[in-house]
Every structure is written in C-alpha cells, then in structure tokens.
Design a protein around this ligand. Structure first.
Ligand code: PLP
Length: 389
C-alpha cells in the first residue's frame, strides 16, 4: 500500500503550475490541457479573477459554518436562481453530494405531499452520478459496485434514450427520474433528440420529479449556461459541481420551491458546503461565464474544434470511428485502444481524458482561443498519423 491510497490508475506526470490552457510539469514539459481536471478548470489555470477572488477572501474570512449567514453564499445562490429555473440552492462540496441532495429532495417532496411510498429513482444505463453508496446505486455500474454490496435500495434503470422503457418503468413507488443531458463518463453520449422533453412529459404525467445531473455538462460547458437549455425544458432539481468552482471544490443542488418544499431546517446539511472561499471563487467564475459574449465565444471555439475533429475523423477513419458531443464536451470514439491514443497525445503535449465506450474525451477550459484549437488539432493530426494501432 502506498501512502496515498492507491484507488486511481495515475499517469506518471506531476504538474508544478498552470497558465491559462497550459500545464507545466516538474520536469519543465509544457502541455496543452484539454482535460481541464475532468471539466473542472472552466476558466483555465491561474485565472487572474479567480486568484484575486480567492486571495481577497482568504485575507478576510475562511470559514464560519452554516450556523451563520454567509454573504458570498447568499450572493451565489441569488445569481444561480436569477439565471436558471431554480428558486433555491443547497451548497455542498462535490458532484456526488449534489446528486445525493437531489435524491433526498425528491424523496422528501413525496413524503411532504402525501405520497411517502414514492421513493424509487429511475436512472439510465451508462449513467455516472458519483462514488457515494447512493450515487453508486444510481449509476448501477457493476465495475463500481463490486465488493461494496449491499447496494443501496431504491434505484431502477432502463436504457439511455429509451423513453418508452422509462414510461413503463415508472410505477407507484417512483419518486423521480434522474438523468445526465450528455453522459460523460460513459463516453460523451448525448441524449437523443427529444429524449429530455419526453422525460419531462413522463414526470409531469406521473406527478413525479425530473432531476438533472449537470455536474459535468453545466456552467457553460456545452455553450449554454446549462445543457438542458438546448432541449427547451427545465428540471425540478439539478445537481451542479465541477466547473462551478473553476478548480475550487464546490457542489450545488438547485431546486424549485415546489420540489424543495420539505427541505426545512435540520433536514440536510454540510459543514463545509457553501464556505466563503468556495462561494467567492464561484461568484468570480460566474462573473466571467455570465458576462456578455462569453457563451457565444464557447460556441464559436467549439464549432471550430468540432469541424476540425470531423475532418480528422474522415482523414484518419481507420483510427477514429466517431466524433460526438456538444460544445466543449467532445469525444473521439476509437477503433484501436483509447489508452494508446491518450498516451501518444501526452507524448506530443496534449492532455485528454479517458471515457467509456473506447472514447477519448476533450474537455478544454472554456477560455481557449482559436489558436489553442488549431494547436490541439495539429497535435491530434500528427499523433493519429503516427499511431500504430
Ligand atoms: N455526476 C456526473 C455526471 C459526473 O460526471 C461526476 C464526476 O465525474 C459526478 C456526478 C461525481 O462528481 P464528484 O466526483 O465531484 O463527486
């Protein structure tokens, strides 16, 4: 056993510092970072506005607990409410906690509105919702659950994209449907057209809640503030994390007043959730992402990247089977092993992220320029040409 519990398969790299879209290793090598800490460093590394927000807050106040009001937390909640479907926000520290809170909100809603027997959550094959016991049960992946049984009770699953099966699986004990607008860990699998709208209708017809997991898709990643905006629907509850803190740990569960009716004092809590440091940084992230033109910039660079990737997929059709995704959440499905391509890209100075279904994920910081896109496409082209698989 190593001093750090060996739960990860790590690449043999140690980074010393970051500058915008680049990471610099301890041996001086410079990498274009198209992984962004798995969709977390939304504004890249060492963004001056985030550094200032964190250091200013650090000089004033680090932590008080939620026994007291926290001004930057209140401001962040008000801004999330003003810019989404939500009326109210619970803050936590990670994506899994944000999903757990969403599940709790759904169960409490039915308990409060006279249907305490409605507690089951319907999820979708390939889902990833986190590594706590309940979120593992929600994802239902054998490889993640093995050895950690018994599995938390109360989760059902049907095929992703199969609205008919979803409608049939909703029963008298179902409390909510939980879904990712694009499945990230499963290999950047976007919901088929109309799927989210179908789920919205199924939930409304059954009097149950629609919970969205936008932990990976949220906060500008797809070119909208949240990915469900593309589908023209709103959820009742939504889990957010990753990009919200730009690298500072924070999670949030957003809900309508109606859905959160049961979430009264004492029903849920987190010592660190919504701490002054985390919420000050998240406010600075929103200053950038909600600024005029920012999401338009994401769309423009994403279109250039997508176009270039489609051309590379045609040129290297023996190695790339498919390009998929939306905005700056893109995946290359490989014919040969994705691990070989990821390793070769590292050798040529480009960082990407592994995903299911033999996919290489591209999740660059949202601040990348056309030059960064062209640099990444150049590295991909050279690497694919040289790749011997
Ligand atoms: N939900 C989704 C869609 C995710 O992609 C992840 C992490 O990859 C999580 C939940 C869990 O987030 P965390 O690792 O912050 O607990």
């Amino acid at each position: 056993m190593t001093a750090v519990m060996p739960t990860y398969g790590r690449t043999d790299l140690r980074f010393e510092r970051g500058e915008g879209a680049y990471l610099i290793a301890d041996d001086g090598r410079r990498f274009l970072d198209f992984g962004a800490g798995i969709a977390v460093n939304s504004l890249g590394h060492a963004h001056p506005r985030l550094v200032a927000a964190l250091t200013d807050q650090a000089k004033a106040l680090w932590h008080t607990s939620n026994l007291y009001h926290i001004a930057p937390q209140e401001r962040l909640a008000e801004r999330l409410v003003a810019n989404t479907f939500a009326d109210t926000v619970f803050f936590c520290n990670s994506g899994a906690e944000a999903v757990e809170c969403s599940v709790k909100v759904a169960r409490k809603y039915h308990d409060e509105t006279g249907a305490p027997g409605r507690y089951r959550i319907l999820t979708f094959a390939g889902a990833f919702h986190g590594r706590t016991l309940a979120t593992l049960a929600a994802g239902r992946q054998e490889k993640h659950l093995h050895g950690f049984e018994p599995v938390v009770e109360g989760f059902d699953q049907v095929g992703y994209g199969d609205a008919k099966a979803a409608a049939a699986a909703v029963g008298p004990e179902t409390a909510a449907i939980l879904v990712e607008p694009i499945q990230g860990e499963a290999g950047i699998r976007p919901a088929p057209d109309g799927f989210l709208a179908e789920l919205r209708r199924i939930a409304d017809d059954a009097g149950i809640l629609l919970l969205l997991d936008e932990v990976q898709t949220g906060v500008g990643r797809t070119g909208r503030f949240f990915a469900h905006e593309w589908a023209g629907i709103t959820p009742d509850v939504m889990a957010v994390a990753k990009g919200l803190g730009g690298g500072f740990p924070i999670g949030a569960c957003l809900a309508t007043d109606k859905a959160a009716i049961g979430m009264t004092p004492g029903t849920h809590g987190s010592t660190f959730g919504g701490n002054p440091l985390a919420t000050s940084v998240a406010n600075a992230v929103l200053d950038e992402i909600l600024a005029d033109g920012f999401l338009g910039h994401v769309e423009a660079v994403a279109a250039r990247l997508r176009d270039g990737l489609d051309k590379l997929a045609s040129k290297h059709g023996n190695k790339i089977a498919e390009v998929r995704g939306q905005g700056l959440m893109l995946g290359l499905r490989c014919h040969g092993p994705n691990t070989a391509l990821i390793a070769a890209l590292i050798g040529n100075g480009l960082l990407t992220v592994i995903a299911g279904d033999n996919v290489v994920r591209l999740l660059p910081p949202l601040i990348i320029t056309h030059d960064h896109v062209d640099e990444a496409l150049g590295i991909l082209d050279r690497t694919l040409a040289d790749l011997d698989v």
